[in-house]
Design a protein around this ligand. Sequence first.
Ligand code: FMN
Length: 221
Amino acid sequence: MDVYEAVTTRRAVRGFTDRPVPGEVLERVLSGAAWAPSGSNLQPWHTYVLTGGPLAELKKRAGERLAAGDPWDEPEYEQYPPALKSPYRERRSAFGEQRYGALGIARQDMEARQRAASANWDCFGAPAALFCYIDRDLGVAQWSDVGMYLQTVMLLLRAEGLHSCTQMAWAKYRKTVAEVLSPPDELILFCGMSIGFEDVTVDYTRTGRAPLDETVTFVGD
Ligand SMILES: Cc1cc2nc3c(=O)[nH]c(=O)nc-3n(C[C@H](O)[C@H](O)[C@H](O)COP(=O)(O)O)c2cc1C
């Protein structure tokens, strides 16, 4: 698979089979992703990989919280500005309509949207997941390094025939994740990532992108 194919076939997959992901594949992918660039080579990511019993335990605990209607953990970072301005606001609502429309959920049906979103905490059925942390002393440039690292992980997963879904949703249950992983206090959970083989019976709509001239300006001859 060439890089363009890896990039264009990567998408947020929200339905996985229970086919296990071999440990050596995960190790190969994470060893490869360690070559992601970072300012001054700080490599500011810290990743926990969960499979088997520990992942089942995490899903169980998160499911219990969900069933109990437990409030989300207070955020340690802002996922979106409270008043999202244009064009981001429109892109976000277009995404919501696309994602939930594909599931036959009406725009105003917030309860059904929440129900669909709750699959996040079952990792959409995935048999493997990673949880990516960053040191709380680091700043925006290092958070951007972590983004590059995560995309590298996702592309290498494609090269292995695997799919993924990055999930900030896990930050909402970060204390439950911490119960299972016991990370040091200086780390903030940025996101989880479900990893596995796609369940091709699950319907989806491919998320679109803004026209190139909305996000890129070419200056030159
Ligand atoms: C940092 C980050 C966090 C995300 N969090 C979630 C999440 O919690 N749940 C989810 O279903 N998708 C999540 N996504 C997936 C995005 O919705 C998806 O990448 C975006 O809509 C573009 O679609 P595509 O990845 O299928 O091309 C996240 C993606 C990123 C990069």
